[in-house]
Ligand binder design. Structure first.
Ligand SMILES: Cc1cc2nc3c(=O)[nH]c(=O)nc-3n(C[C@H](O)[C@H](O)[C@H](O)COP(=O)(O)OP(=O)(O)OC[C@H]3O[C@@H](n4cnc5c(N)ncnc54)[C@H](O)[C@@H]3O)c2cc1C
Length: 401
């Protein structure tokens, strides 16, 4: 049996971006994806599609996100037009509605400056309303480099270019077993529609299995202690063209970030230092909050549908997309402070995605396995993993060479 030089497990946006990047310098790359198609059902097809600027990620707590998000933002705006992937630098407003939210937003501005995010400024409500007429609050933070991207089109384009560059993509194949050996790995896959499992050998392995990356890491090294806490993010939507009070020009509109209890998912009203303490000990998770995001229409222009989300449920089954979904009232309650024109009746439920949040680690883990250095694990690639897919791929390339 001839050995595969490098195998990637997972054909989401990160696995495809890595295949695309590495296939420029490595021949014979194979990517295995358990979905029957790429793009398939995964985080990459069920997200908000926001191109994050890099304003939320504190260098001390989340150094990788702080570094790779602004880099990825820049790369996406460069690469997507060349790949005919719809992308738009819409800009974003973070609405402040009270003193506590002002404290959180001032911290966001400080972090944005530290991360070198361009053009971030605090603006008055009057100025915010010139940009987005129907917002409410005591002022806003304006972030011009935020935007939206068509995530499915990006996955498709990256997977196609990876194949053109010589990679082999094999959807419909689930990796079920991996045995590490001296200098190589033996792995077994099950193919959709074929009852016979097949075994292959590979010199190097990249684990980009999203929600299942912790389980893949343990298949190789039983001592790996990383654990993913599946966190469902549900979204709803409305059509802003239906009433004048909802009219939007097409910006991302966010509340101030906040923290939620890592066990119950309940929002916590705590000061910023206390929030940082709770996040550091793993008792709370910081979130960008439930926000309004414009979407593309069929021809790649900003359309009339606006999504609201994600509403989070912590610690559910990795495939539980549908039980006990939040109601339109829940979404209405979370946005009416900063977008008061909306009524409950305007809101319809849209979709749910499940995020690969890593227990006790707010940052991503991208590293070689502690025992088997031929394997690179990408663990807890939650948001802004879509934004940073290209910079993550370059980071992996550096790690591998
Ligand atoms: C609700 C929600 C909203 C989000 N919003 C944003 C946003 O606005 N902006 C942003 O930048 N990011 C956002 N994210 C995060 C972003 O979507 C993810 O970081 C990114 O999609 C992760 O990509 P991935 O390739 O690592 O994982 P995935 O897309 O989950 O892909 C992993 C793949 O591995 C495959 N796989 C797993 N196990 C196996 C196996 N044993 N064998 C073969 N294949 C396997 C799976 O089938 C899957 O296709 C959001 C995520 C969610 C869920």
């Amino acid at each position: 049996m001839s050995r595969i030089p490098l195998t990637i497990i997972g054909g989401g946006v990160v696995g495809c971006a890595i295949a695309d990047e590495l296939s420029q310098s490595i021949d014979g790359i194979v990517l295995l994806e358990k979905n029957r198609r790429i793009p398939g059902e995964n985080q990459s097809s069920r997200n908000s599609g926001v191109v994050h600027a890099g304003i939320y990620y504190n260098r001390q707590i989340t150094p990788l996100k702080a570094e790779l998000c602004p880099q990825g933002n820049k790369l996406l705006y460069e690469v997507c037009p060349a790949l005919a992937v719809p992308i738009k630098r819409t800009g974003k407003l973070l609405m402040m509605t009270d003193q506590l939210s002002e404290e959180y937003v001032d911290d966001v501005r400080r972090v944005a400056v530290e991360n070198g995010v361009p053009g971030v400024e605090r603006i008055s409500l009057t100025r915010a309303r010139e940009l987005e007429p129907n917002v409410e609050g005591i002022g806003a933070l304006y972030v011009p480099s935020s935007g939206i991207v068509d995530a499915a089109a990006l996955v498709k384009a990256l997977s196609q270019r990876a194949q053109e560059r010589g990679a082999t993509l094999l959807p419909g194949n689930t990796v079920v077993e991996i045995k590490p050996h001296q200098g190589y790995f033996e792995f077994t896959t099950v193919t959709v529609g074929d009852e016979n499992a097949r075994t292959f050998e590979t010199e190097r392995l990249i684990n980009a299995a999203g929600l299942y990356a912790d389980e893949i890491a343990r298949l190789v090294n039983g001592q790996s202690r990383y654990e993913i806490v599946p966190t469902r993010g549900e979204s709803a939507r409305f059509y802003h063209t239906r009433r004048p009070e909802m009219a939007m020009k097409g910006l991302n509109v966010y509340p101030a970030p906040y923290v939620y209890d890592s066990k119950t998912g309940e929002q916590l009203q705590v000061s910023l230092p206390e929030a940082h303490r709770l996040v550091a000990v793993g008792d709370a998770i910081k979130t960008v909050g439930i926000h309004l995001t414009p979407t593309f229409d069929e021809v790649g222009n900003i359309g009339s549908a606006v999504t609201i989300g994600p509403a989070k449920t912590v610690g559910i089954d990795k495939e539980n997309y549908g039980d006990h979904l939040k109601s339109p009232c829940y979404f209405h309650e979370r946005v009416r402070n900063f977008f008061p024109g909306l009524r409950v009746g305007d809101i319809e439920l849209h979709q749910a995605g499940i995020m690969a949040v890593l227990k006790g680690h707010p940052d991503w883990i991208i590293e070689r396995d502690a025992r088997y250095s031929g394997m690179i694990n990408l663990l807890g690639i939650d948001s802004p993993g879509l934004t940073a897919c290209l910079s993550i791929a370059r980071y992996v390339k550096e790690l591998i060479s």
